[in-house]
Write a protein that binds this ligand. Structure first.
Ligand SMILES: Cc1cc2nc3c(=O)[nH]c(=O)nc-3n(C[C@H](O)[C@H](O)[C@H](O)COP(=O)(O)O)c2cc1C
Length: 194
């Protein structure tokens, strides 16, 4: 199975990096053909600027690299996102990736009645893996759960991806090394079983 991972963390000693390693090992064991989009390593520019905005309503882009990212995503049967929660949302580099790559007529379209229709239904499954400092319940109750509302629903589901699993690891600074290791084992096990 062709699997694309979009990874958004700048530091190779971060917990997210260990999550990525566990995921890649597990997917490798279950025979996935992995394309890793490492946004920082690839030097992705997240700024949707004036020229690009002028083309936005036509679903066009000026930078050919955007088309290359779309082609890479078109291969995905399973799509993963791995990132830390920053300011209760996705990191800016990932937000910019969504802004610049998930373009109209490619990721979605509107019916004459003005209703959106997602065009990424060929991606059969998506899995989102996040870490954050807050406990999960606090994030949900106090801060509106924007990963679920704006990223999972307002972006991935909006674009037509139906099956989405969210693996969230909260309270990351206090869970201790045993729990951190067991979370990595769980992620590897999940990926191995796919
Ligand atoms: C710029 C920035 C913003 C952050 N915002 C939040 C936040 O809104 N909520 C939260 O619980 N943790 C927040 N954190 C903590 C990170 O989520 C946490 O450090 C990260 O998930 C730990 O994983 P890592 O070791 O792989 O970086 C933030 C961290 C940074 C650097």
């Amino acid at each position: 199975m062709k699997t694309v991972i979009v990874y958004a963390h700048p530091w190779d000693k971060s917990y997210n990096f260990f999550i990525l390693q566990s995921l890649v090992e597990g997917l490798g064991q279950s025979g996935h053909d992995i394309d890793l989009i490492d946004l920082y390593k690839e030097g992705f520019n997240p700024v949707l600027g004036k020229e690009e905005l002028s083309l936005y309503s036509q679903g066009k882009f000026a930078d050919p690299r955007i088309g290359e990212y779309q082609k890479r995503l078109e291969q995905a049967e399973h799509l993963f996102f791995v990132f830390p929660v920053w300011w209760y949302d996705v990191p800016a580099i990932l937000k910019g990736f969504l802004d610049r790559v998930l373009l109209k007529n490619w990721a979605y379209e509107y019916s004459p009645a003005g209703l959106p229709k997602g065009k990424l239904a060929f991606i059969k499954n998506a899995t989102v893996i996040t870490t954050m400092k807050s406990p999960g319940w606090y994030y949900r109750l106090m801060y509106g759960n924007s990963i679920k509302n704006s990223f999972i629903k307002g972006t991935l589901k909006f674009c037509g991806i139906k099956k989405i699993k969210w693996i969230k690891i909260g309270n990351i600074e206090n869970i201790g090394s045993q729990k951190r290791i067991s979370q990595l084992e769980k992620i590897k096990g999940y990926a191995t079983a796919l």
